[in-house]
Design a protein around this ligand. Structure first.
Ligand SMILES: [Zn+2]
Length: 167
């Protein structure tokens, strides 16, 4: 996590703000936080603000995420901290942290590959079933329960599961 310290943001304040953000969960996947997903890129000191990058352009969750961050900051006494949207470089699934990947898997969502080469090839390669770990999986539909996920099925345990789409 890259943070830019400035007079308005001493180390102690940065840690406390990041702790608040760690508790802001994604509205679609309530087990992962905005920091797990890499939606929060860090803090900027001038003016003091949280740098946020939307996951998918047009993803309806984007506005909800910003509203949740605003609410969390306000109720933790950080009403003076702004929220700045940063569109470049664009968010990619490679920004999901290891903790985020583990939480997705535990929730039954196959995390995207973190290997850059796999991302470039459209996330090709075997997809492990988040329930039984089998690689005998097939894509059922590009469209899962939300626009950001695809529907897959495991041919071993026969359970369907969501998979995070890759960019
Ligand atoms: Zn399975």
């Amino acid at each position: 996590m890259k943070t830019v310290a400035a007079e308005t943001l001493d180390t102690d304040r940065i840690h406390r703000i990041m702790a608040v953000l760690d508790e802001v969960m994604d509205p679609e996947i309530p087990v992962v936080s905005v920091t797990d997903l890499g939606i929060v890129r860090g803090l900027s000191g001038d003016p003091a603000s949280v740098l946020v990058t939307p996951t998918y352009t047009g993803c309806p969750a984007t506005l909800a995420i910003e509203a949740s961050i605003r609410l969390a900051l306000d109720s933790a006494g950080f009403g003076d901290i702004g929220i700045r949207t940063v569109l470049s470089p664009p968010w990619s699934t490679g920004w999901i942290t290891d903790r985020g990947r583990e939480r997705l898997r535990a929730y039954g969502i196959a995390p995207p590959p973190d290997d850059a080469a796999a991302l470039r090839s459209g996330g090709g390669g075997p997809v492990a079933c988040p329930r039984c770990g089998s690689f005998e999986t097939v894509e059922v539909s590009r469209f899962g329960s939300t626009p950001c996920k695809a529907l897959w099925r495991c041919t071993d345990c026969r359970e369907p599961f969501d998979r995070f789409k890759c960019h």
